[in-house]
Write a protein that binds this ligand. Sequence first.
Ligand SMILES: Cc1cc2nc3c(=O)[nH]c(=O)nc-3n(C[C@H](O)[C@H](O)[C@H](O)COP(=O)(O)O)c2cc1C
Length: 180
Amino acid sequence: MKKIIVVYYSKKGSNKYLAGKISKSLSCESEEIKPWMNIFLLFLMNIHLGIRPLKLKIEDYDTVILCGPIWMGKLIPPLRSFITKYFSKINKMIFITCCGSTDAKRDEKFGYGLVFKEVEGILNNKCIICQAFPVGLVLPDDKKEDADAFMKTHLNDENFEGEIQERFDSFIKKVNELGR
Ligand SMILES: Cc1cc2nc3c(=O)[nH]c(=O)nc-3n(C[C@H](O)[C@H](O)[C@H](O)COP(=O)(O)O)c2cc1C
């Protein structure tokens, strides 16, 4: 069985960037989740049409790293659809997000903590790691809590350094240690 695949959804590019960095660091394949229609509009209207079938066979992989943003404190429809559609084919899953919420606010209404609890609840013992990469980690201290600043900031080669790089390195180390 092949080891790891990265599956991601990204609207503005940060989660795509993160997914790309992970697949490069782990030398593994990746595939983008593609919803049937422009899902943001549908998300606002609370309509979910599901996702297109993936090309890669999820059951061929030991671990899926699922990566995507958080909107309005929710597990967003493309990520939820992926989990529901492929549940029986997922062996183990790692859930990661580049989101706006800071670590300090993780358990608030729009924090990543509630989404992690939901993912762990759905996947039960198949979910082995949940990890956040708040976009504020690439912002200066006085902008970390500034919603306007983090909404306008996207991960890229220029800003991916310091705290976020350290978090990324320890995440990759943890994933590499899983197989030992
Ligand atoms: C409409 C909207 C709602 C959002 N709501 C949240 C939220 O509730 N919690 C959070 O942590 N981030 C929230 N964010 C921030 C995104 O999760 C963040 O910008 C993420 O990095 C975007 O990922 P992408 O560039 O891959 O699309 C929201 C962004 C948008 C556009």
